[in-house]
Design a protein around this ligand. Structure first.
Ligand code: NDP
Length: 428
């Protein structure tokens, strides 16, 4: 019975154990490299990236000093504990997730958005009472905070991996290869939990995404402190806070959408997801961190251009996601065309989902581009996000396409003929 419910995984993703090991080592290194290659301690950001510039940056810095910072570790643990306590005490509707292979449905408490409101309220109150200089520690304790999150991610992934061997656990279909490194990385148990505390869905939004907003707020405070008050903060910095803040608010406000994503339905919780909690805030906030030591004034035209790109991206992202969410919830307010599959599920074939198979990714990419544009054109490093995100979404689209093919078979082939473009209509 156990093997029927938890079959052995026979196919690898990410190039198997070697790929999993390489990603687990190289991505943490990349986070540090983004800091040591583009920060005040590195003397700014290079105008071009070359092997020599990377070597020079690494050899001229005693970068290993300060990797560990006890105060930063305690701050990070306190932040994580605050998120757990908020989850436990703040009220929220309880909703059911999609049915599991066991036929059971897990229950989730929706209070990520109230956790965000509480956090932002408390932080804003603190800054107003104590001035911008009172909330700049994230900028100054950057490296120590990164180390703290990496260690916690390692501990969480290892705890969940070991716990997955207890009897009665439901494993992820893709995480039961028997290879320790691969299963630890990809996530062996589908929904690890401590009592009613679901480790995966908790980590997906709260400690990482809310921290991203706090980081941006801290960067605004650091720039305000250096430039003599909030009135002198640059337009580019405000735009980063506004755009990324809106993106974060949107994700947390739509918390319920999380329970139908690939991460929650298909993937287990391993180092890949545990790591993403900190990878997102500490690298997606690069533009804000850069603007602290390299302020950019966009001027009216620059602001209009960047706002326009972001707005078009947001419009596509939101309307595409809304069309699919409405449809999956049994509504079709725009009367969009659809096809019915042999499994019984329906697939939209008009509206945004008739233009490409992942129109929401297109919107997401345009927004990412707008964030990078706020930093001007003096260094390619601040464009890391759009490059990384494009690779991530192309890979994710391919994974999802494969999963949909397994789910829908010939119906999926029919759908891909009706909607041939993967992400960008008429281009890709
Ligand atoms: P999507 O929201 O794109 O959903 C994919 C699923 O939608 C498919 O598996 C399928 O599931 C369903 N689907 C596919 N085609 C159709 C159709 N024509 N009609 C109806 N349903 C369809 O998945 P993601 O989890 O990848 O993305 C969610 C959001 O998160 C996106 O907006 C994305 O941009 C964003 N994101 C952001 C990241 C970041 O780091 N900032 C990282 C990854 C994602 P089924 O048929 O079973 O319902």
């Amino acid at each position: 019975m156990a093997t029927v419910l938890n079959p052995r995984t026979t196919e690898y993703e990410f190039l198997g154990p070697i790929g999993a090991l390489l990603i687990s080592v190289s991505t943490p290194v990349a986070i540090y490299a983004l800091y040591f290659g583009c920060s005040e301690v590195a003397g700014g950001c290079p105008s071009q990236i070359s092997f020599e510039s990377v070597l020079q940056a690494l050899s001229s810095l005693e970068w290993w000093k300060g990797l560990w910072d006890t105060e930063a570790t305690l701050i990070y643990l306190a932040w994580y504990a605050f998120c757990v306590i908020s989850w436990a005490v703040l009220p929220g509707d309880v909703v059911e997730g999609t049915p599991l292979r066991t036929g059971k449905r897990l229950k989730y408490k929706l209070n990520a958005f109230s956790t965000l409101l509480l956090t932002v309220g408390l932080t804003t109150g603190w800054i107003m009472a104590n001035g911008p200089e009172s909330f700049t520690f994230i900028y100054h304790k950057w490296v120590g905070l990164v180390t703290a999150f990496l260690l916690l991610a390692f501990v969480e992934a290892t705890y969940c991996y070991i716990g997955s061997f207890q009897q009665g656990k439901l494993l992820a279909l893709g995480g039961n290869t028997g290879n320790v490194i691969y299963d630890w990385f990809i996530g062996r148990e589908l929904n690890p939990s401590i009592g009613v505390f679901d480790i995966k869905t908790f980590n997906e939004l709260r400690p990482g995404l809310i921290l991203w907003l706090l980081i941006d707020m801290s960067m605004v405070c650091e720039q305000a402190t250096r430039r003599g008050g909030f009135a002198n903060v640059t337009d580019s910095m405000w735009l980063v806070l506004l755009f990324q803040g809106a993106y974060i608010v949107d994700s947390l406000y739509n918390e319920a959408a999380l329970f139908t994503t690939m991460d929650v339905i298909t993937d287990g919780f391993g180092f890949m997801l545990a790591f993403a909690i900190g990878f997102v805030p500490f690298t997606y906030s690069l533009q804000a961190r850069y603007l602290v030591f390299h302020p950019v004034d966009l001027g009216y035209l620059g602001v209009i251009g960047v706002v326009l790109v972001n707005f078009v991206g947001y419009y596509i992202f939101r309307t595409a996601n809304a069309e699919k969410n409405d449809f999956r919830n049994g509504q079709n307010p725009k009367n969009l065309k659809f096809m019915t599959t042999a499994r019984g599920s329906k697939l939209l074939t008009s509206g945004w989902w008739g233009r490409s198979r992942h129109p929401n990714y297109l919107g997401d990419l345009l927004m990412g581009l707008a964030w990078c544009l706020t930093t001007g054109f003096e260094t390619p490093i601040t464009y890391y996000y759009i490059v990384f995100f494009t690779i991530l979404l192309i890979h994710r689209q391919r994974r999802d396409d494969e999963a949909c093919y397994k789910k829908y078979g010939a119906d999926w082939v029919k759908y891909t003929k009706l909607v041939p473009y993967r992400i960008i209509p008429y281009v890709y």
